[in-house]
Design a protein around this ligand. Sequence first.
Ligand SMILES: [Fe+2]
Ligand SMILES: [Fe+2]
Length: 259
Amino acid sequence: MRKKSARVGTQRTISRSSEETRSPSAVTYYAVRMGQPSAKTSDNAFLRELDETNRVHLARISEKASVPSPNDEELDVKKLLVLALKNELEATECAAAWIATTKEVRAKLSFARQAGDEAKHYRLIEDRLVELGFDARAHDPTSSPRSPLLSYLLSLETTVERVAAGQFTREALAVVRNDAFMRFCESRHDRATYAIYRDVIQPDEAHHHELGRRLLAELAIDEASQDLARKAAARTLELAEELQEIARLRFGIAHPPGC
Ligand SMILES: [Fe+2]
Ligand SMILES: [Fe+2]
């Protein structure tokens, strides 16, 4: 059973030693948190193949996210949390949009669970921003255009593609990006934000990935469905890498958190 966090915020007591609270590298995190599949899916050759392909891309994304941004000195946790709001809102919208248009009940419930968690992440980040002195409740993330990744995800019509792209791959991506952001929080000595990610958001994102893994084991069962899943995962990572490059070149941001 997953461990639930009791409370987050600046009042949280961080009792773990500094060694325990240190975030492992993203690739290690991926291997520890997501690379040890449940018994139900561990013998699935297709998932092993998809894991391996995704791992190569995620390692590259993680490496780029670990390089300091050109304007790293000007960046602060607050600015990156504002970007995280949009990512969490888009993740909420995407999962919620798929509930009514997905046929399989288990997948519907999985998207519903994810949508609720992503909305919770939005609220946690919003509260943290208020603590940091930013009026997040007056901020509207929808005032900027929808991201190309959300547009792509919303265009997917089959459940196997939605699960492969939106849960299995995008949530693994979220863990890798959040990991880089957590290291940034450490560098800025922001332990409260770090704790929110360590205790609530990261375990949730890893769980969303696991939900996707279980569903894919049920849905990607023949050549046609596996091919759809493969292509959807690959396109998601391709878009993520493109967006990462745009954020780095245009805004000097290398490690924004979120999906
Ligand atoms: Fe999230
Ligand atoms: Fe998520």
